[in-house]
Design a protein around this ligand. Structure first.
Ligand SMILES: [Zn+2]
Length: 260
């Protein structure tokens, strides 16, 4: 394929923009897999779960406390009524004996219930302080997550803006390069990240391999508007060390000497 060398050189600018776009894509992927953000999300979820579990435990405990309170109330009422009956003088001695024995049993029951009550209240206190601490941690992790989200949003915004800039730069560049040359570039670029590279001395700017002097002979003798490809990596090799004027062919020996 033939193409004006100056158009070929524009491919290097196109390549630079494409490299920038690739890097922007990589930055976006890296951001998606950001461990700080992922850890913050996980910690937030774990703490919220823990707080929910503790809140549930506390509600269970409150129900137990209420149940014991109700039972204490029943025991107290029963003992009061037994004592009233005993004091009434209407009870037979056998009944009095039974009431006395029931009062003793009720007193023992009340004692057990009061012990239970005390134990439940102590557990409640521990649970409440634990829940307080977890709620504080939830708040803290919510802040860390909000900061991480803000930072991520800011970085994504930067990437979006730079991508938009690079995309419009690319469009403007591509318009000024002949279609056939752009098409060739695109075909190569679809297969490899570097589709066009500078030939620096004898070295390909893409694969970095140095051509042998024998390999350089056809490159040097090729017409200036010939599109050269690297045999190693297949990219379009751009001869930037050629004369700066705009000849259509490399006509003279003198011009050849300038870059050999
Ligand atoms: Zn190469």
């Amino acid at each position: 394929m033939k193409a004006d060398l100056f158009d070929q050189r524009r491919l290097l600018e196109l390549q630079a923009v494409d490299t920038q776009l690739t890097q922007l894509g990589q930055r976006r992927k890296k951001l998606d897999a950001d461990p700080v953000y992922a850890t913050a999300v996980q910690r937030q979820r774990a703490l919220a779960d823990k707080a929910a579990n503790l809140t549930g435990d506390l509600a269970d405990l409150d129900r137990d406390i209420e149940r014991v309170e109700r039972e204490v109330e029943l025991v107290t009422k029963r003992a009061d009524s037994d004592r009233t009956r005993m004091a009434s003088g209407a009870a037979t001695s056998k009944e009095l004996e039974g009431l006395q024995s029931e009062l003793e049993s009720l007193a023992r029951r009340q004692g057990t219930l009061e012990d239970d009550q005390l134990e439940l209240m102590e557990r409640r206190e521990v649970l409440e302080s634990e829940l307080g601490e977890v709620r504080r941690q939830v708040e803290e992790s919510r802040q860390v997550l909000a900061d991480a989200e803000a930072d991520r949003g800011r970085q994504l915004g930067e990437i979006d803006a730079e991508t938009a800039d690079a995309t419009s730069t690319r469009e403007a560049l591509a318009i000024n390069i002949p279609d056939r040359l752009v098409e060739l570039y695109e075909r190569i670029h679809a297969k490899q990240p570097i589709a066009a590279a500078e030939l620096v001395g004898r070295r390909c700017g893409s694969c970095r391999l140095e051509k042998s002097p024998a390999d350089m002979i056809p490159i040097k003798s090729a017409p200036i508007d010939e599109v050269i490809r690297c045999e190693e990596c297949n990219c379009i090799l751009i001869r930037t060390e050629l004369p700066q004027s705009k000849p259509t062919t490399l006509g003279s020996e003198e011009e050849l000497k300038k870059y050999t």
